[in-house]
Design a protein around this ligand. Structure first.
Ligand code: C2E
Ligand code: MG
Ligand code: MG
Ligand code: MG
Length: 279
């Protein structure tokens, strides 16, 4: 019986291999041409001020729609792009698109808004990353603090290098946030050493916070921590009314999530938010 099970297991494993490995290689080769084939787009998710209801910032989230694979989640293709090094080119494309968008709004004379861009650890660890950011800002002539870089705790490994890079970014004037805060297993001591502006509470602590007292306690504590350190705080993945209420009573300033809006194409942003605030 054990032998049969072993054999069945082996066959299952082989089928999985046949399915996933060549598929991944194929997907990678499609991803390699995604930029030139104009298969990448950016969706934007509004970040809502819980006190005033105002929306002054958006998070840029990459989307890939391929002829063979259809819509592929960033959870699937971003790791692929990271492993293959493609993330440098893709990340640069995202930054370029976002800065172009900011230039468009700023030239049209819209009220100031900010866009947050996800930066992968590999991108952040490039020696010339801050210089690349400076070049983009100069290329489009945008206000530096209209651009926010979201970095995860896992990217902040080497103390010296990380500090130097964040300091350089800070000097340029871009806004720095920590994404997925509380999931990175890192020590809290970096919070006092690094020039961080915003903490984004990971959505795992927001999910079910209306039922799970532990999640609510963790989220509330992160909010207090951020405020004590003079940082802004954003709750991610807010889906329910009750979550908004808990966050409000904990003095959380900002939130984003399906409760307010899913990430949407730029045309929707322009129609829903940008025309209304035109002077
Ligand atoms: P993230 O930066 O933590 O982004 C938040 C994710 O949560 C997004 O998933 C967003 O669509 C989703 N989300 C927003 N509100 C809700 C909600 O109320 N409920 C739930 N369940 N989910 C919500 P998405 O767009 O699939 O992106 C996944 C991850 O992929 C991002 O996590 C980010 O780490 C990465 N990613 C996306 N775009 C880029 C990019 O341009 N560059 C890099 N390096 N990574 C990116
Ligand atoms: Mg993010
Ligand atoms: Mg996140
Ligand atoms: Mg993330």
């Amino acid at each position: 019986v054990a032998k049969d099970r072993g054999r069945a297991h082996y066959r299952y494993f082989q089928e999985q291999m046949n399915l996933s490995f060549p598929n991944e290689a194929l997907m990678e080769s499609h991803l390699r041409r995604a930029i030139e084939k104009e298969e990448l787009t950016i969706h934007y998710q509004p970040q809502v001020n819980l006190i005033t209801g105002e929306i002054n910032s958006f998070e840029a989230l990459l989307r890939w729609n391929n002829r063979k694979f259809g819509y592929v989640s960033p959870m699937q293709f971003i790791p692929l792009a990271e492993e293959s090094g493609m993330i440098m080119r893709i990340g640069d494309w995202v930054l370029d698109e976002v800065c172009k968008q900011l230039e468009y709004w700023q030239k049209k004379g819209y009220r100031p808004v900010r866009i947050a861009v996800n930066i992968s650890p590999k991108q952040f660890k490039q020696e010339n990353f801050a210089m690349k950011i400076r070049e983009k800002i100069n290329k489009y002539g945008i206000t530096p603090h209209s651009l926010e870089v979201e970095i995860t705790e896992s990217a902040m490994t080497d103390m010296q290098d990380t500090f130097a890079m964040l300091k350089e970014l800070k000097d340029i004037g871009v806004v720095i946030s920590i994404d997925d805060f509380g999931t990175g297993y890192s020590s809290l001591s970096y919070l006092k050493k690094y020039p961080i502006d915003i903490i984004k509470i990971d959505q795992s602590f927001i999910k079910d916070m209306e039922l799970d007292e532990k999640n609510a306690a963790i989220a509330t504590t992160i909010i207090q921590l951020a405020h004590s350190l003079g940082m802004e705080v954003i709750a991610e993945g807010v889906e329910k009314d009750q979550q908004v209420e808990i966050l409000k009573s904990a003095n959380c300033q900002k939130a984003q999530g399906y409760f307010f809006s899913r990430p949407v194409p730029i045309d929707d942003i322009n129609q829903s938010y940008m025309t209304a605030i035109q002077p």
